[in-house]
Design a protein around this ligand. Structure first.
Ligand code: MEV
Length: 426
């Protein structure tokens, strides 16, 4: 038997079928496995093959709809793609509570992204900085010449800022090119501009440029949302107190805050994924933003009790999302999700996304500070365990309910209950 090798020359040049054939031999796949890969679903093979390299299939997630959202006076049904139970229900629940108090009020800054140019080995730092600043207008012109379409739509390079860094490899001058990306996420435009400026920057600084790349800490491109939750709708003053205590815990402790912010990202990532956004970029920006606040790593949401004893909740974070280019345009389901949302601008999408993050956090803190989240989780989990144990549609709920009642949501328990149920039927 020849030894297995993961080096397959020209793999990327093969057709999808040929790649699957190679994979089949490598991983000993069955006909059913191959059929699963070949199904592709809503994302057709040709589109998938154009999106990334070495495609052998596509990967589906459940797509749910969060209900009850009213943002800036407008109602939205919000598509969420994720694998975790309870998230869609939690967001919908929290959103329902805000309807009587006016829904979510959301806003955003201009969609300004930062591009970084790293200049090293500068013989005279002061002279280099002065020269770059003198040439600022010209450099912005050169940057804008790279993307006349963006400029036509009202975007483009806006400013150039300088930062001096002391690093383990010596002093560096870091240029920040601020670019209004309008309805694009902006990575392509910003990277192209930074690369175009690099030779000029080397000439002006007499230094050496290495990196020319967008920063995911998009601190100028933030979205914000707030909502009022009445103590009554939350379940009483003790729930407001519980949420405030949970918030205080997160603000004081990075171990808790990581999980607190993870819950926010449960909501945010699901909408990002559904609408074909670069969710890694937003994740990176969110956590770095949280880490660069006064007091170290902090919550992305904030809470206060109103004089009436209700809960005012706010969220603010960088939100680099786009409606032009990328998977938002190429992925048919992402396109459909944008249509479901009916959004016309990237800033509107950003405002929806942070509202979902806020709803998610309120729901999580409410559950965590009261009955805990397992009760809610268990319902769906028990159904999944029942299905895994072989329950058919008419049996699933009964098996799940019995496992919950007996407080043993386990595969072996499901099998036992199922066997008993079936015995009784015959
Ligand atoms: C689980 O995916 C998310 C939570 O852990 C968030 C939180 O603890 O705030 C419930």
């Amino acid at each position: 038997m020849p030894e297995k090798t993961s080096t397959i020359s020209g793999f990327y040049r093969l057709s999808i079928e040929e790649r699957v054939k190679k994979l089949r031999a490598f991983a000993d796949l069955s006909d059913d496995d191959v059929a699963l890969l070949s199904a592709f679903g809503a994302l057709d093979a040709e589109t998938a093959d154009r999106m990334i390299e070495n495609v052998v299939g596509s990967y589906a997630f459940p797509l749910g709809l969060a209900t009850n959202f009213q943002i800036n006076g407008q109602d939205y049904l919000i598509p969420m793609a994720l694998e975790e139970p309870s998230v869609v229900a939690a967001a919908s629940n929290a959103a329902r509570m805000t309807r009587k108090t006016g829904g979510f009020k959301a806003s955003s800054t201009d969609p300004v992204m930062i591009g970084q140019i790293q200049v090293t080995d500068i013989p005279d730092m002061k002279a280099a900085q002065d020269t770059v600043l003198e040439q600022k207008e010209n450099l912005l012109k050169v940057a804008n010449a790279q993307d006349p379409v963006l400029v036509k739509f009202g975007g483009g390079a806006r400013d150039l800022q300088l930062r001096q860094l002391e690093t383990m490899m010596g002093p560096m001058l870091i240029l920040h090119l601020l670019v209004d990306a309008r309805d694009a996420m902006g990575a392509n435009a910003v990277n192209t501009m930074c690369e175009a400026l690099a030779p000029l920057i080397e000439e002006l600084t007499k230094g050496k440029v290495y990196l020319r790349i967008l920063s995911n800490l998009a601190e100028y491109r933030r979205a914000r949302a707030e909502a009022l939750f009445s103590a009554k709708d939350l379940g009483g003053p003790h729930v407001v107190e519980g949420i405030l205590k949970a918030y205080a815990f997160a603000q004081a402790d990075p171990y808790r805050c990581a999980t607190h912010n993870k819950g926010i990202m449960n909501g945010i990532d699901a909408v990002l994924l559904a609408t074909g956004q670069d969710f890694r970029a937003v994740e990176a920006g969110a956590h770095t933003y949280a880490a660069t606040q006064d007091g170290g790593y902090q919550s992305l949401t904030h809470y206060e009790k109103t004089p009436e004893g209700d809960l005012r909740a706010t969220i603010e974070l960088p939100m680099a999302v786009g409606l032009v280019g990328g998977a938002t345009r190429t992925h048919p389901v992402a396109r459909l999700c944008v249509k479901i949302l009916g959004v016309k601008t990237a800033t509107e999408l950003a405002q929806i996304i942070v509202s979902v993050g806020l709803a998610q956090n309120v729901a999580a803190l409410r559950a965590l500070s009261q009955e805990g989240i397992q009760a809610g989780h268990m319902k769906l989990h028990a159904r999944n365990v029942a299905i895994a144990a072989g329950a058919f549609e008419g049996e699933v709920d009964q098996v799940a309910q019995k496992m919950i009642a007996e407080k043993r949501v386990r595969f072996d328990a499901a099998q036992e209950i199922l066997a008993e149920m079936r015995k009784k039927k015959v």
